[in-house]
Design a protein around this ligand. Sequence first.
Ligand code: FDA
Ligand code: NAP
Length: 450
Amino acid sequence: MEITGRRSQEVYDVVGIGFGPSNLSLAIALEEHGESTPEHPVRAHFFERQPTFGWHRNMLLPSTTMQISFLKDLATFRNPMSRYSFISYLHASNRLVQFVNNQDFFPTRQEFHQYLEWAAAGLSDRVTYGAEVTSIRPVTEAGAPTCDLLEVEVRGSDGTTRVVAAHNVVVSTGLVPRLPDGVTSDERVWHSSEFLSRFRARDPETLKSVAVVGAGQSAAEITRFFHDALPHAQVSAVVPSYGYAIADDTPFANQIFDPAAVDDYYFGTDRAREAFWRYHRNTNYSVVDSDVIRDLYRRAYDEQVRGSRRLHFRNLTRVEEVRRAGGGTRVALRSLLDDRTEELHVDALVFATGYDGLDPARLLGDFDRHFLRDAAGRHRVERDYRLVSTPDLTCGVYLQGGTEHTHGLSSALLSNIAVRSGEIADSIVLRRTERELDRRGPVQAERSAA
Ligand code: FDA
Ligand code: NAP
């Protein structure tokens, strides 16, 4: 179905950009749709720039656990009978009984990664790895009033470029690592998203003093990892708050991740949306799971008892400046308590300073001017996650991620991916049916409906 020139011989109903959990979940929803209508399956293909499936591989630290229940997997909330559920994976791995004995809703990230790899392997004919989408553009026919076709340019790992055509694309390219202004990463200054590969590239013996910036889950997990992996090293945590704050995962607060909360957020008033953020940002951002907080505090206390401290917390402190110095890095820290600055000399400095949301404009380039924005300059998005476009476009650009302003807090998370993917699959199928009926004209459409 692929094309090598400007135009295609055959056209996909949908091309998925990125093959992380969101589009993997969409591939499953589309496959299960096809099983119910084998005579008219949705033609779909996915492109993933990584050479193989991988989900935040550089943060697969030992003992880290998922922040959602295993039941919020790729499919269960949409289709509890799916063969791609976490329970099916456990069964296929001969671990279902043992998993239940564990009595834990939250698997390790290692195990969930294995589950995702297992599911991705089942759909390998629908994805091309080592394939980065570099642009999306409309195909305009001379004289046609509307455009219902897109061209997607894909660069292979060997540098070759090809173009595929589709009626819809689903952009699911994930979070974008964020470093403070003026900071760039290298072999001594790392963002948390590159942590394990940077760490493995260094001889641990050369890491005698390390520092971690931030007070979110990534920062706390990396601080704990350093403390375990570098028993000879001084480990400093540069914490912008007075101390790590707890991630609220209690039942009432957790309701903001329910599928129904998407409607409440989407159709709610501006004041309602603002209240979601004011009251519940602490379910996800700049917060840490309680077991990790208690573990870190216990370690610091034990060192105090023993009288030899190497785990240091610099609270209410932010990074002012980073300077490369010989074989190490000098970090200027400013304390918010007394406004004094202090300089640390470290062998590795990790910025666990979070991520920016997905911004489709990066991929859309010039095509972005066809998509409407709200008064605050953000993309307008329909309830079915389709970008609102000028009326001349009948082709669709859907988002998985980048919709926190329209669909709420679960947009960048796994909580709702099964239901969201189902909604996107339904929308693509429904709009395809409408397009086909339009083409056939009113008389034939009536006959088909009868
Ligand atoms: P994700 O980022 O996973 O995948 C996007 C994919 O697109 C990537 O594989 C990327 O390579 C690919 N890509 C990007 N640009 C491309 C291009 N131009 N062409 C082709 N491919 C491209 N949430 C939660 O609910 N529970 C949890 O436990 C966690 N845990 C967690 C741990 C860590 C360390 C982080 C950083 C984040 C989480 N999250 C989370 C939140 C996280 O956003 C979520 O788990 C998923 O990664 C979202 O899946 P996506 O598929 O949307 O993005
Ligand atoms: P985050 O929650 O956004 O936290 C970023 C932290 O960096 C905040 O404490 C922020 O402080 C701080 N920061 C930003 N700029 C700074 C600066 N210049 N100086 C000092 N501090 C600065 O990011 P994250 O911890 O990477 O988490 C991102 C997502 O991944 C979340 O959804 C999280 O739950 C998820 N995650 C999950 C797991 C897991 O499943 N086990 C592991 C890691 C991450 P301010 O608040 O002051 O800006």
